[in-house]
Design a protein around this ligand. Structure first.
Ligand code: ADP
Ligand code: MG
Length: 610
């Protein structure tokens, strides 16, 4: 089956996220790959999809047991035969897993790095047809990363001992150059295709508040997010205990997680959160890596973390499914002291020697400084983060605490049609393309000599935007170029239409743009919030999801993600065919859950008609 078809049929997605397709194609062509994408960017797909298309089996090396279990559960829910090998299996389960593995039953097997040099595993591995080894959370191999795991170093030897070197893929969200170089070097990737996607997560809203009383502020924030699921990160175990208690006292279904709790309680609490039996998880940074719960709709930091890397990774656990989510940091000066104390006294990594430890400490202090900068900046918060990761960004994002209030999302479809059509009319008339300023002047109805000489005052789009300022028009043209509807030809600096422009010109595709709030509202059309989802139906769908999850004994988000339910509530499918068009609905899930959801939607529509 073709990859796009598999993506649709197994995972229910109609298109690839940035970077995915290139990485998948390269791996399928037998080339090593290195994917650097933000948390929630969709790295798993980059090895899961090739795994289904390659002969033999794909090994995924992953640092955390909980992560393996969840991913395997999610794969099984999508109808893929997968398994994991780690210390939680009994001897008999391990033997059974090995047998299945040898008989070719699994396409994807998750393996803990420690397992790689178990003698039993080595002899099984030799007999397998391993096509692809995917190293997830690959930064764990670097001592400069935040989660150095010496066991990751074993991967290299393991690869060397295989009878045939498989395609090797490394995936991480770590953006620093140093760590990236380490990963490639230590893993000995062979001429890998490197894909570093943008780190922006547009669906995340960022805010920093400096409240007088954090508890009160937290309660206020939670009151506004009553039935939503979220994480509250605290710097210390003690804080976790206190905050969790406070939330429970106030009637919240909160639970806690930190390294000081017994294993059994930790995994029970984690499951309660995963399965939505508890809606708020209060935790230290021990909680999270590998938590792929996709419907986390807020991450609140009760304390400032130690670095932007840590913050972005923790905050990034919100909104993985692409639905809108909030990342709010409660800052106080005391947080800086706590963080500094933890850096100076934390002996997190006993495997490092004295010199290495000092180097890491210096680095950590530098990172802390940048984190404090984030809490204090008055400029765009998203911009600050992207800047830190060395990524270009607009001055203002319009969706963070600093930008909000000054910007509106404005529908400029009509203006966009005028501009695109003007570009087309001019080239129709002249037989060649012209530059931005000629287009803008034509739209403004300029009496400029050149415009008149060219006869551009004769075309139908002349003067259509005569009531708009020059800079307005330029900004819109720039925006259309950024959105991919216009293209500047480099040699002559002329503007031309792209194929995508047809969507706007002939098929009425909506174009929106962030515009600074005008002092007086004149020509700009009313703000259009792009929602359209039906809150009531969405609630009914969520209820049904919960029911089905309980029946199947899986977490709710593995039935469908929030993003999928939101899309469903917008599209309101009434037939199985329409149902499969909802983003996130694959063949297997359609077969399992389709009838129930269709019934629910039908009932809702019928009630509406009465
Ligand atoms: P990462 O490992 O990069 O943090 P994941 O692999 O966990 O991210 O993916 C995050 C979410 O995005 C998951 O819910 C996944 O199903 C979803 N996802 C992955 N690829 C796509 C796609 N092409 N279209 C829509 N959603 C996707
Ligand atoms: Mg991942």
């Amino acid at each position: 089956m073709e990859k796009a078809e598999l993506l649709q049929r197994v995972f229910g997605y109609s298109g690839f996220r940035p970077g995915q397709e290139e990485l998948i194609d390269a791996a399928l062509a037998g080339r090593d790959v290195f994917g650097v994408m933000p948390t929630g960017g969709g790295k798993s797909m980059c090895y899961q999809l090739p795994a289904l298309m390659m002969p033999g089996v794909t090994l995924v090396i992953s640092p955390l047991i909980s992560l393996m279990r969840d991913q395997v559960m999610a794969l099984k829910a999508a109808g893929v035969s997968a398994a994991f090998l780690n210390s939680t299996l009994t001897g008999a389960q391990m033997q059974a897993a090995y047998r299945n593995l040898l008989s070719g039953r699994y396409k994807i097997v998750y393996v803990a790095p420690e397992r790689l040099d178990y003698p039993g595993f080595g002899s099984v591995a030799e007999k397998l047809n391993i096509s692809f080894v995917a190293v997830d959370e690959a930064h764990c191999i670097s001592q400069w990363g935040q989660d150095f795991r010496p066991s990751y170093l074993r991967i290299v030897q393991f690869l060397k001992e295989l009878p045939r070197r498989p395609v090797v893929g490394a995936f991480t969200a770590t953006a620093t150059e140093e760590v990236r170089r380490d990963v490639e070097r230590i893993l000995e990737l062979k001429d890998p295709l490197r894909v570093v996607t943008g780190f922006d997560r547009p669906n995340l809203y960022f805010e920093v508040v400096q409240p007088e009383f954090k508890d009160q502020e937290l309660l206020r924030l939670l009151a506004a997010r009553k039935r939503k699921s979220g994480i509250v990160y605290c710097a210390t175990r003690k804080k976790v205990e206190n905050v969790c208690q406070m939330l429970c006292d106030h009637g919240y279904a909160a639970t806690r997680y930190h390294a000081g709790l017994p294993d059994a309680e930790r995994s029970e609490n984690q499951e309660d959160f995963l399965y939505d039996r508890k809606t708020v998880m209060v935790a230290t940074n021990a909680f999270g890596m590998g938590i792929d719960k996709s419907n986390v709709s807020f991450v609140i930091h009760y304390n400032m973390p130690k670095s932007i890397e840590a913050y972005y990774q923790e905050a990034g656990r919100a909104g993985r499914d692409g639905a809108e989510a909030d990342c709010i940091l409660l800052y106080s000066g005391g947080d800086v002291q706590t963080a500094r104390f933890l850096i100076n006294n934390g002996s997190e990594n006993e495997e490092l020697d004295e010199v290495q430890r000092e180097a890491v400490r210096q680095q950590d202090l530098k990172r802390l400084e940048a984190m404090v900068g984030y809490c204090k900046t008055k400029s765009c918060l998203r911009g600050y983060i992207l800047e830190y990761f060395g990524q270009k960004h607009p001055a203002l994002c319009g969706n963070c605490g600093s930008c909000k209030g000054e910007f509106d999302q404005v529908d400029i479809t009509r203006e966009a049609q005028m501009i695109l059509s003007c570009v087309k009319r001019i080239s129709d008339k002249l037989g060649y393309y012209v530059g931005l300023s000629t287009v803008a002047r034509t739209l403004r109805g300029s009496r400029d000599k050149r415009i008149l000489e060219l006869g551009l005052d004769q075309i139908s789009t002349y003067g259509l935007l005569k009531d708009r300022t020059r800079s307005d028009i330029h900004a819109m043209i720039d925006h259309l170029e950024a959105e991919g509807y216009l293209l500047t030809e480099q040699e002559h600096q002329t503007l031309r239409l792209t194929q995508a422009a047809g969507e706007v010109l002939y098929r009425g595709k909506t174009v929106t743009m962030l515009v600074e709030k005008p002092q007086e509202v004149e020509t700009i059309q009313a703000v259009q919030k792009v929602t359209g989802e039906d809150a009531e139906l969405l609630d009914a769908l969520k209820e049904l999801r919960m029911e089905l999850a309980k029946k199947g004994n899986i977490p709710a988000f593995m039935v469908f993600s929030n993003a999928t339910l939101i899309d469903m509530s917008k599209k309101k499918p009434l037939t199985m065919g329409q149902f499969k068009k909802v983003s996130g609905v694959g063949e297997i899930k359609a077969a399992w859950y389709g009838t129930a959801f269709l019934k629910c939607i039908q009932r809702y529509m019928d009630e509406g008609r009465e």
